[in-house]
Design a protein around this ligand. Structure first.
Ligand SMILES: Cc1cc2nc3c(=O)[nH]c(=O)nc-3n(C[C@H](O)[C@H](O)[C@H](O)COP(=O)(O)OP(=O)(O)OC[C@H]3O[C@@H](n4cnc5c(N)ncnc54)[C@H](O)[C@@H]3O)c2cc1C
Length: 499
């Protein structure tokens, strides 16, 4: 196992895509197998050295950035091990944590299979994707990462190895979990807070009768190191139809979302074929289009909003469903002649690149001004969707700050990205962020649907679950990590971890 205290080797591990600054570490280690991970954690426990687990550094909340101690890089812990293919819907892959989502998708698609979660950033490691319970555009149809994880192997700070399968090791009626490690048995009392409905990746997952593995999904490197994952796969859909639809008025775009979402849910429930059934619906507001325009001159000048949609189609029903989409576009006054519709995989891939370009360009702008990302990751219950939009506009339109809005609108999950150009603007940006966060919490939404809490959003988790929720999380963590070495600074502030 390689270890290094060379500042040049450590430096790349002091950042992620959040632009959070100030990170430092004494050492970076590169375990090559589970035994190495056990050794690193045992040593760290003895010396009470903090250990920050690092994936591929695309995180947006500073979670992999260390503030002291050792960085445990997962990059040499291995990637895809094998794919088990069956005729029906029971195919699965077994993988180490260090495969990128891009490499995983390529390997499974070569076998005619699909791993449905689709986080936009394909350079992320699968292990980290599980550790953040990542989601993406296809979540509207296929749910979040959690739904596709069948089994996990995790090394705890004590050196215990857990092998957890979905449906086994369930919480009992008193909301306790008994985890059998390779050395110890751990009795955990689940926190009493209730999780918001819908996508949610803020704090530890709790639910009545939950499988123990769900505790580790979304735990952001604070409960253990994920060393192996078994993932459910599905047969790759035959054909895709996709498009980027432009609108002159934002209200028309929102009407389109309402109709496409309603139709999709209805047709999915009734298993109607050849009807609208979006697997993705992604929004771009006028400011997002302005950011994209220099790279995409073909964006219509008049466009004030756009939507990217994707639908899987059995080939015999293609014409029928395409007609339905055009019908909705017309009914919602889309700029139909100037919108883009796929003819095959080439266009389809190009539209996905277009979707990915917006967060990448936003991060580039922030780097230019040396500013940390102020990006929302809120969702609200369905009935609050239009209120959410109104709230964003009220707070942003006369803020004097540059911003854009884009993202997973089908899940009521839009990312506002504030683009401060200096520290004064950043301060104002965080004030606006807080105001919106508090309203989202009052509406029963979440402060993080997919990026996690990390180091940047801890105070909002406190607003959401209160001091009691944080104390309960801390108590559970300390059972699994008695020396409090793992993921220090993530999710739970230090004052809740020390009596
Ligand atoms: C342009 C862009 C677009 C993005 N789009 C999306 C999106 O659509 N959906 C989404 O969900 N996210 C998105 N993200 C955020 C990011 O890609 C995800 O959070 C991703 O899961 C992080 O993966 P990583 O390998 O980069 O992990 P890192 O940033 O290195 O680490 C993330 C967290 O995982 C923990 N971790 C890593 N590996 C392990 C392990 N093996 N065991 C335990 N803990 C571990 C770390 O300690 C840390 O807490 C986007 C980011 C960018 C830059």
């Amino acid at each position: 196992m390689i270890r290094s205290a060379d500042p040049g080797v450590i430096r790349p591990y002091l950042k992620d895509a959040s632009n959070l600054t100030g990170g430092y570490a004494q050492e970076v280690v590169f375990p090559e197998d589970e035994k190495d991970v056990v050794q690193v954690l045992e040593e760290a426990c003895c010396t009470k050295t903090p250990v920050t687990v690092a994936g591929n550094g695309t995180g947006l909340v500073g979670a992999r950035i260390p503030f002291g101690g050792t960085v445990l890089s997962t990059e040499k812990l291995g990637g895809l091990k094998y794919i088990h293919q069956t005729a029906g819907d029971t195919s699965y892959a077994v993988t180490g944590p260090a495969v990128t989502l891009r490499a995983l998708q390529a390997a499974v698609s070569a076998k005619g299979l699909l791993y449905p979660p689709d986080p936009t950033e394909e350079n992320a490691f699968l292990g980290a994707s599980v550790a953040t319970n990542a989601s993406g555009s296809r979540t509207f149809k296929y749910g979040v990462t959690r739904r596709w994880v069948r089994r996990l192997k995790v090394v705890l700070a004590t050196g215990d190895i857990l092998d957890l399968r979905r449906g086994e090791c369930l919480a009992d009626k008193k909301e306790r979990l008994f985890l059998k490690g390779s050395r110890n048995v751990f009795e955990l009392k689940l926190p009493q807070y209730r999780m918001p409905e819908g996508k949610h990746s803020a704090g530890y997952y709790v639910a009545p009768g939950m499988s123990a593995l769900d505790l580790f999904i979304g735990s952001e490197g604070t409960l253990g190191v994920i060393t192996e994952v078994e993932l459910a796969l599905i047969p790759i859909p035959q054909e895709l139809f996709s498009g980027i639809v432009f609108f002159e008025r934002e209200a028309d775009a929102l009407q389109f979302v309402g109709r496409a979402r309603k139709e999709s849910l209805k047709n999915r429930a009734s298993r109607a074929t050849g009807q609208i059934d979006a697997r993705a619906l992604e929004y771009f507001d006028s400011h997002a289009l302005d950011i994209l325009r220099p790279a995409y001159a073909q964006i219509p000048q008049k466009a004030q909003a756009a939507l990217f949609f994707e639908q899987e189609l059995p080939s015999d029903f293609e014409k029928k469903a395409v007609d339905q989409w055009f019908h909705v576009c017309q009914g919602c006054h889309a700029l139909l002649d100037q919108s883009w519709f796929s003819q095959g995989m080439k266009e389809h891939d190009a539209y996905r690149v277009f979707r990915h370009a917006i967060p990448v360009l936003v991060n580039k702008i922030l780097r230019q001004y040396n500013q940390q990302k102020i990006g929302t990751d809120f969702t609200v219950p369905n009935e609050r969707f239009f209120d959410l939009f109104e709230l964003y506009r009220q707070n942003l339109s006369d803020s004097g700050l540059r911003y854009c809005i884009f993202g997973h609108i089908a899940d009521n999950h839009l990312h506002i990205n504030l683009l401060p150009e200096n520290d004064r603007e950043a301060e104002r940006g965080w004030q606006i962020y807080r105001k919106i966060a508090l309203q989202i919490i009052r509406w029963g939404g979440t402060i993080s649907a997919e990026h996690g809490v990390g180091k940047i959003k801890r105070e909002y988790l406190l607003d959401m679950f209160g001091p009691l929720g944080l104390r309960e999380m801390a108590a559970m963590k300390k059972k699994l990590d008695p020396c409090v070495i793992l993921g220090r600074g993530n999710i739970i502030p230090d004052e809740y971890l020390y009596d």
